[in-house]
Each structure stands twice: as structure tokens, then as C-alpha cells.
Design a protein around this ligand. Structure first.
Ligand code: NAP
Length: 251
């Protein structure tokens, strides 16, 4: 039977690359995002290549939206097999400008937004006795502290705790929970001049990363696909750095 993978923030970047990878691997891909046009174009790319996909608007800051999308997917196809919690924001906010609202918004998208999508899917996954959940952390959550992005670093470190806690509570139900901590990956988030490295910074990073380049979205997508697969059947509670040697190379 065709497996179902739900991916958040799947219109662009790492989420889109993951959607394409799952599509090519024969999954029914539930492409979700707040970006409707990009989501529809990801679906078209998957179906044009012979895969199966559909787009649903899903804003991970809305519990109602998350509950409703999960329920409708389950009604149509049964238990969701894989959830990729990918949607994330990385806003640059110096400490002197860090309000409660800015802090909470980043946590709402980057951390609670993951739990919101996972929670309604668990009952059916438990019934099925199987499932895999993959959450996107960051090198800035597992390894580095990112100045002017303290809320982001804290939320991405929180993803590690989320993965470990869920992995323990769900292991006996046959559900594995893992994370991926990307290094520097060429996406809109990284290329933002305002909030991240920008093009020039990306090129500089390519020079000091041991593998000699920043990553591409599909460098991450392939690891996510592996974690979802039965090849990773004895692997749970881990957050794997995928960074071209960034973490072990800067000393
Ligand atoms: P991206 O290109 O900015 O894509 C993220 C997607 O999530 C976008 O479509 C974005 O829409 C969407 N999104 C934002 N808020 C949302 C919400 N409330 N509900 C649903 N979707 C929402 O980012 P990316 O670089 O592919 O990153 C994907 C994940 O990897 C993120 O969790 C990110 O923090 C993590 N990561 C990325 C890197 C990197 O170097 N790129 C490194 C480490 C970790 P908008 O464009 O409208 O915001």
C-alpha cells in the first residue's frame, strides 16, 4: 500500500526537496505550507514526474488548522506514515529588540508548530503500530549559538528535547522520532540578506566548510528520507548533523 508522508513548509527549500524525494520514492506526499503557489508548484513537479501529491494550506501556528488537515488526510488515506516537521523561521533580532512577542512567535512556529502537527496524528499511528517523525533542528541548535538569533537557537535546541522525549514515549508503539540538524544549506532562509548569511556569506561559508561547499536542499532531503525508511528501523531519538563537516572542521 502507498505510504503517506506529510511535510510542513514544503513549498520551498528543504521541505520542497523532501517532498520531491518522497514523491520519487513512491510516497503519497501531502505538501503543506502557508505558501499556496509554491506548494502547488511542488505538487505539480511531483505529479509531472509520475508521483502522487496534493497541496493543503497548513499554518503550523494554528492548532485548528493542524487538527483539521491531519483528520482529513486520515479520513482519506488512513494513518499517516511519516511526518516531516520542517516549517521554520529564522528572524534576526538583536537582544535589545527582543520582545516577548518576537520570542514567542519564533517558538510558536519552530517548536510548538512541530508538536501541533504531530499530536493529532499519534492516535492513528499508534493504532497502526508504526510511523516515523522527523524534525528539523539546526547546527544553531545542536552546536553553535547564533548571535542576534537567540530565540531561534533556543527553539532549535528545544527540537532536540522534543525528539528525545517523543522518541521515548512512542517507541513501544512502533513510532520512531528523529531529527536532522542542517549546517548551511542554500535556501531562501540562508540567502536572506536581512536575516541570515546572504549570498556573500554563503560563499564565504563554502570556503571554510571541510567539504568545500554549502549544502543543497536535497543533501538534507535524502537523509530525511533515510530516517523515514525501514533502513533506519533501529534508530530513534537522534538528531543527525548534516553539514559537510562544518561542526568537526571549525577549530
Ligand atoms: P525556507 O526556505 O525559509 O522554507 C521554510 C518554509 O516554511 C517556507 O515555505 C515558509 O514560508 C514556511 N513557513 C514559515 N512559517 C510557517 C508556518 N507558520 N506554517 C507553515 N509553514 C511555514 O527554509 P529552509 O532553509 O528550507 O529551512 C527548512 C527547515 O530547516 C527550517 O526549520 C529551518 O530552520 C531549518 N534549517 C535550515 C538551514 C539552512 O541553512 N537553510 C539550516 C539549519 C536548519 P515563508 O517563506 O512564507 O516563511
Amino acid at each position: 500500500m502507498m505510504k503517506t508522508a506529510l511535510i510542513t513548509g514544503a513549498g520551498i527549500g528543504i521541505g520542497r526537496a523532501s517532498a520531491l524525494a518522497f514523491g520519487a520514492a513512491g510516497y503519497r506526499v501531502i505538501v503543506t505550507d502557508i505558501l499556496a503557489e509554491e506548494g502547488a508548484s511542488a505538487v505539480k513537479e511531483i505529479t509531472d514526474a509520475g508521483g502522487t501529491a496534493e497541496f493543503h494550506h497548513l499554518d503550523v501556528t494554528s492548532t485548528e488548522n493542524a487538527n483539521q488537515i491531519v483528520a482529513s488526510i486520515e479520513k482519506a488515506y488512513g494513518a499517516i506514515d511519516t511526518i516531516v516537521c520542517n516549517a521554520g523561521i529564522a528572524h534576526k533580532v538583536p537582544l535589545e529588540e527582543m520582545t516577548d512577542e518576537k520570542w514567542d512567535f519564533t517558538f510558536d512556529v519552530d517548536l510548538k508548530g512541530m508538536f501541533r502537527v504531530i499530536r493529532p496524528a499519534l492516535a492513528q499511528m499508534k493504532n497502526a503500530g508504526s510511523g516515523s517523525i522527523i524534525c528539523l533542528s539546526s547546527c544553531m541548535g545542536v552546536m553553535y549559538g547564533w548571535d542576534e538569533h537567540v530565540h531561534y537557537s533556543a527553539a532549535k535546541a528545544g527540537v532536540v528535547g522534543l525528539v528525545r522525549g517523543l522518541a521515548n514515549e512512542l517507541a513501544r508503539d512502533g513510532i520512531k522520532v528523529n531529527g536532522v540538524a542542517p549546517g548551511y544549506i542554500r535556501t531562501a532562509q540562508l540567502l536572506s540578506e536581512k536575516h541570515s548569511l546572504g549570498e556573500e556569506g554563503a560563499q564565504k561559508a563554502g570556503a571554510f566548510i571541510p567539504m568545500g561547499r554549502i549544502g543543497q536542499p536535497d543533501d538534507i532531503a535524502d537523509v530525511i528520507l533515510f530516517l523515514a525508511s525501514d533502513k533506519a528501523r533501529y534508530l530513534t531519538g537522534q538528531v543527525i548533523s548534516v553539514d559537510g563537516g562544518l561542526g568537526v572542521g571549525r577549530y
